[in-house]
Design a protein around this ligand. Structure first.
Ligand code: HOZ
Length: 427
């Protein structure tokens, strides 16, 4: 008999492209049909058939405190009773801006938007306006949302579906995007040598999360800082995934490299639709209405989203980060032990509370290596885990997110399930 999820998916396929509103949800990278979620609680998802799963998607990053965190729900509820959207300024926008600026020293002024895509698209426009130049460097396998010029050699769903680029992106938009391999400073040097005078920005995920978790090699981020300053381009850190996750000041705090502009999303909205971009005052003052770089939004700074973001940031104390790191490290060690015990080739790459299990390689440092991993084995593993009650991101090239709701017993249950699933793979 067909499950409720299967039946909903069947209908969704006739109403929504691919049955979903974002491609990575459609299980194309692992096969099968996606679960339709009825509700989420703490570290669990409950599907429409009443099955409960330990959740490592975490809404792709925002749910760092777990689902339905008491203070976040209270803040949204309180904001909701005052009106859901004003189209006029509210105190909540100032309060959230204050909290962002207090945590991220490179951000003196910030603009709230509705998604990470919007944040990066707007930051790139600002960089072009500030430099009077057109070209940007982006890294293969990094994903910065779906703005035209950024859908070149992109990670996340684009990589999962094996698309080289997207139809509909004009040659002109793509021509201004120069691609370098992640972690390859020499390639960036070559591009800068050839195009330095035309470069508006070097755009990078300081820790890549959209080809699976790939950490920057020693010297990579400082090298990007040096090269962008030397040619007069701006350095943009896309911290949509890493912002407020790796530390209060994101990856830039961990790696001690200061970008000119930073893009944020996910956690800053506490699970509601928010993005943000910010940087030093002279740059951000170019944004309308203070300056002439135009960018606007009917729902930007939405009071519910601001309230959710504010409550989330305030709940993230120094101890929270220690706890998150401990839990994710426990999970990493458990998975590694299982790989070793069963002599399965793979690696767990982790940055703070985000991690990826890659099968078939001992390390992954760039997109080519991520693509060379054993995606078929991951697909089998994914379904073995799902069958045993653990919902991982449905792609071998995505990050798993640990939240404060994943306590030791949940982590240990996950480790035991990983071991059973690996046994099932090799049986
Ligand atoms: N950056 C997220 C995945 N890597 C976004 C989720 C989505 O594309 O739906």
């Amino acid at each position: 008999m067909m499950s409720k999820s299967e039946s909903l998916f069947r209908e969704a396929l006739s109403l929504l492209p691919g049955g979903v509103n974002s491609p990575v949800r459609a299980f194309r990278g692992v096969g099968g049909s996606p679960l339709f979620i009825d509700r989420a609680e703490g570290c669990y998802l409950v599907d429409v058939d009443g099955q409960r799963y330990i959740d490592y998607i975490g809404s792709w990053g925002p749910m760092i405190l777990g689902h339905g965190h008491e203070t976040v729900i209270a803040a949204i509820t309180n904001a909701m009773t005052r009106g859901v959207s004003f189209g006029a300024p509210s105190a909540l926008e100032v309060e959230l801006a204050r909290e962002v600026v207090a945590r991220v020293p490179s951000i003196v002024k910030v603009r709230f938007v509705n998604s990470g895509t919007e944040a990066v698209m707007s930051a790139v426009r600002l960089a072009r306006a500030a430099t009077g130049r057109s070209k940007i460097i982006k890294f293969a396998g990094c994903y910065h949302g779906h703005a035209d010029s950024l859908l070149v050699s992109a990670g996340s769903g684009v990589a999962t579906m094996g698309l080289p680029d997207s139809p509909g992106v004009t040659k002109g938009a793509a021509a201004d995007t120069l691609i370098a391999p992640y972690n390859d400073l020499a390639s960036v040097e070559n591009i800068v040598e050839a195009h330095g005078g035309e470069l508006a920005a070097i755009l990078v995920e300081p820790v890549a999360g959209n080809m699976g978790v790939v950490c920057p090699k020693d010297g990579f981020l400082p090298g990007l800082r040096r090269l962008s300053s030397a040619c007069g381009a701006l350095l943009i850190f896309d911290e949509v995934m890493t912002g407020f996750r790796l530390s209060p000041s994101g990856a830039q705090g961990v790696y001690d490299v200061t970008p000119d502009l930073t893009t944020l999303g996910k956690i800053v909205g506490g699970g509601l639709p928010v993005g943000a971009y910010g940087g030093r005052s002279n740059l951000m003052s170019m944004v309308a209405p203070e300056g002439s770089v135009y960018q606007a939004g009917t729902l930007s700074g939405n009071p519910l989203a601001m309230a959710a973001g504010l409550a989330t940031l305030k709940a993230l104390t120094a101890e929270t980060y220690v706890q998150l790191d401990r839990s994710a490290s426990r999970l990493q060690k458990g998975i590694e032990a299982s790989l070793t015990a069963h002599q399965v080739c793979g690696t767990v790459q982790r940055a703070g509370s985000m991690l990826t299990l890659f099968f078939g390689r001992e390390s992954v440092t760039n997109f080519d290596e991520a693509q060379a991993c054993d995606a078929a084995r991951f697909a089998e593993f994914f379904h073995a885990m799902l069958k045993r009650g653990i919902h991982l991101p449905p792609s071998s090239m995505e990050a798993w997110f640990v939240s404060t709701a994943h306590d030791d017993s949940v982590i240990d249950q996950t480790i035991a399930t990983v071991d059973q699933s690996i046994c099932a793979l090799i049986a």
